[in-house]
Design a binder for this molecule. Structure first.
Ligand SMILES: NC(=O)c1ccc[n+]([C@@H]2O[C@H](COP(=O)([O-])OP(=O)(O)OC[C@H]3O[C@@H](n4cnc5c(N)ncnc54)[C@H](OP(=O)(O)O)[C@@H]3O)[C@@H](O)[C@H]2O)c1
Length: 270
């Protein structure tokens, strides 16, 4: 791997994709600052890794205190890489989405990674070469029924990442956007997994997402990487001919609505 990026912060490290990324970067000999809210999972992850210089930080990144704790630890370790991998999701129609979920989705998937980038940028900019990776989603480029708020956050993260890349294009900080398709992690409820199977949507293993991240880091360049076929093709098609994608997705709508109903915790007035 690109030998520059050897001290890397991973947010969402306790998650399915985050822990696979931690394992892959551990194998590359990186020193990692692993963060999440669940200390038991962080300890379990630390114990499973080979490197001896990894550090854990328990932090809720929806709080200012959490961001500051992470920034202080990142400064101490002298990090030159950031992988923003925290995130949440909830399959629901807009009417079936509770007010609280709207705020938490936007805070966790958009505001938190933006704030982490802002807090860590002064540390990264001091390094001869540094990298920021924001983990978005294929649903950051294709609006999908039953995921409107999640899509809003991931479209936002993609726009933020593109702007930041251009803002930093005359610096030594490269900016990567990694967009997985459905991946086998706890982010997806049983209903979501069942829906994906019924719709014929492929489900990747977290390890394959981590391999793509390592390969993106290897180039050392600012890149967008959309994972999976035909999803990466649909990203392009959606930007050129959205009406074609509208039509294709209309066929999925009854199935998506059915699973949204199954996924709801509270009944919705009709
Ligand atoms: N799985 C998929 O199908 C899929 C597809 C495309 C994109 N993605 C994206 O990939 C990323 C990782 O997802 P995943 O599948 O690995 O999900 P996951 O297994 O549910 O992990 C989510 C991670 O986010 C952390 N997190 C959530 N809220 C947080 C908060 N307030 N403060 C700090 N950390 C917080 C969790 O930490 P704790 O548990 O310790 O609180 C956990 O480490 C997300 O951005 C997701 O949107 C996932």
């Amino acid at each position: 791997m690109n030998t520059h990026f050897k001290k890397i912060v991973i947010t969402g490290a306790t998650g399915g994709i985050g822990s696979a990324i931690a394992e892959a970067l551990d194998q590359q000999g990186c020193d990692l600052l692993l963060t999440g809210r669940n200390e038991v999972k962080l300890d379990h992850l630390l114990n499973s890794l080979n490197g001896e210089n990894h550090v854990k930080i328990v932090a809720d990144l929806n709080t200012q205190k959490g961001i500051e704790t992470l920034r202080d630890a990142a400064e101490k370790l002298g990090v030159n890489g950031l992988v923003n991998c925290l995130g949440i999701n909830k399959l629901a129609t807009l009417q079936g989405t509770e007010e609280e979920d709207i705020s938490t989705l936007i805070a966790t998937n958009l505001a938190a990674p933006v704030r982490v980038c802002k807090a860590l940028l002064p540390i990264l900019e001091c390094k001869p070469k540094a990298v920021i990776v924001n983990v978005g989603s294929i649903l950051g480029s294709i609006g999908y029924a039953g995921s409107s708020v999640y899509c809003a956050t991931k479209f936002g993260l993609r726009g933020f990442t593109e702007s930041l890349r251009r803002e930093l294009s005359d610096t030594a900080v490269s900016v990567v956007y990694l967009a997985p398709r459905a991946t086998d992690t706890a982010l997806n409820t049983d209903a979501v997994n069942q829906m994906n199977r019924e719709l014929g949507n492929a489900i990747d293993k977290p390890r394959s997402v981590a391999e793509q991240l390592v390969s993106a880091l290897e180039s050392g360049k600012s890149v967008n990487r959309y994972l999976g076929w035909p999803e990466s093709f649909f990203v392009r098609l959606n930007s050129l001919l959205p009406a074609v994608v509208d039509k294709a997705l209309l066929r999925q709508l009854p199935t998506i609505r059915r699973y949204c109903g199954m996924n709801q915790t509270k009944p919705v007035d009709v």
